[in-house]
Ligand binder design. Structure first.
Ligand code: 13P
Length: 343
């Protein structure tokens, strides 16, 4: 079968960015989810990973809150306990399946200490074909950029990661997947919100330019950036959601073309509450000012899962329904924030 046309992919991107809906990022690699499970005393087995994801995918009301769910390759092939494939469980709820296609971070040769690029381009085309056959409609590739006043991200890190993201996006579109372009700026460190804003602008602008040079259709892409926040070790008082919203919208307006269907923020180490309040403030401000050409929504991992894992970790079988209810409540809260109706 011929892969979907760009118009068809643009329709998928628009559906993923539907007003008031967002994405659940449940694509933690086996190692990453394992660390989170083991912290709660749960063994990192395929069955425990499956059972945990089932809980997330069967939470009440997810069809009203999520347009898509991003999965890790292991999960894409797994089934609910009644034997129904997860992709089908989600489809019945009106939620599209997505897939993390990068193979993780590696040190960036010639970059500053701690800088990285992302692996996975060599095998991407074949992998995409397989993921499409397994029911995936969209993909995610994560670049991670360190922020450090006067040092990071280096020009090299910005350039290499932008080019990798653009190549990934082009391969996805040719294979029939909507690419989520994720240049994540890391919030670790003492940097100010101003330093973070300047770094975000530089990194996102470079990605957009690389996408354009590579001939990627922006209508058939989603962007997944971090909100503009100060570093976790910044000595200044925490910025109010209204300040985060103003700084974030300023950066996005400067560098993200209106052709992009949706800006789906990651939570990236913010607490659940911070991420939700900040997203809510972004949408309130965009509405108040009456000018935002894109959807402003979420593609949260920890922001939709931290409390769920905490409940489920201690005694999984007995507390599964409580954990599922928490997953539903977090989904609903963030869908409200995506409409600017949370607080
Ligand atoms: P967090 O929201 O936990 O940052 O996860 C989102 C994600 O998918 C990062 O790649």
């Amino acid at each position: 079968m011929a892969p979907p046309s760009i118009d068809e992919l643009a329709a998928v991107a628009a559906a993923l960015a539907a007003p008031g809906k967002g994405l659940l990022a449940s694509d933690e690699s086996t190692g990453t989810i394992g660390k989170r499970l083991e912290k709660g005393g749960i063994e990192n087995t395929a069955e425990n990973r499956r059972a945990y994801r089932e809980l997330l995918y069967t939470a009440p009301g997810i069809g009203g809150a999520f347009s898509g769910v991003i999965m890790f390759k292991e999960t894409l092939g797994q089934c609910a306990s009644d034997g129904t494939p997860f992709v089908e469980v989600l489809r019945r709820a009106g939620v599209m399946a997505g897939i993390k296609v990068d193979e993780g971070l590696v040190p960036l040769e010639g970059g500053e200490e701690g800088e990285t690029s992302t692996r996975g381009l060599e095998t991407l085309e074949a992998a995409c074909r397989q993921y499409v056959a397994q029911g995936a409609r969209f993909a995610k590739w994560r670049a991670a950029l360190r922020v450090e006043e006067g040092r990071c991200p280096s020009d090299l890190a910005v350039k290499v990661n932008a080019e990798q993201l653009a190549e990934y996006a082009a391969i996805c579109q040719a294979a029939g997947l909507v690419p989520i372009v994720e240049p994540e700026l890391l919030i670790d460190g003492p940097h100010s919100a101003e330093t973070f804003a300047a770094a975000s602008e530089k990194a996102i602008a470079a990605c957009v330019a690389a996408l354009w040079r590579r001939g990627v259709a922006l209508e058939a892409c989603l962007l997944k950036p971090q909100m503009v926040v100060q570093g976790t070790e910044c000595s200044a008082p925490r910025a109010a959601p209204e300040q985060v919203a103003a700084a974030t919208l300023r950066v996005m307006r400067r560098v993200v073309p209106p052709a992009v269907a949706g800006i789906m923020f990651l939570s990236g180490g913010q607490t659940e509450e911070e991420a939700t309040r900040n997203l809510d403030a972004i949408n309130k401000l965009a509405k108040e000012e009456g000018r935002a050409p894109w959807s402003l929504s979420f593609s949260f991992g920890r922001g939709l899962q931290a409390s769920v894992l905490k409940i489920w970790s201690n005694a999984p079988p007995s507390r599964a329904s409580e954990a599922r209810a928490m997953a539903g409540a977090l989904a609903e809260a963030n869908a409200a924030a995506a409409r600017g109706e949370f607080a």
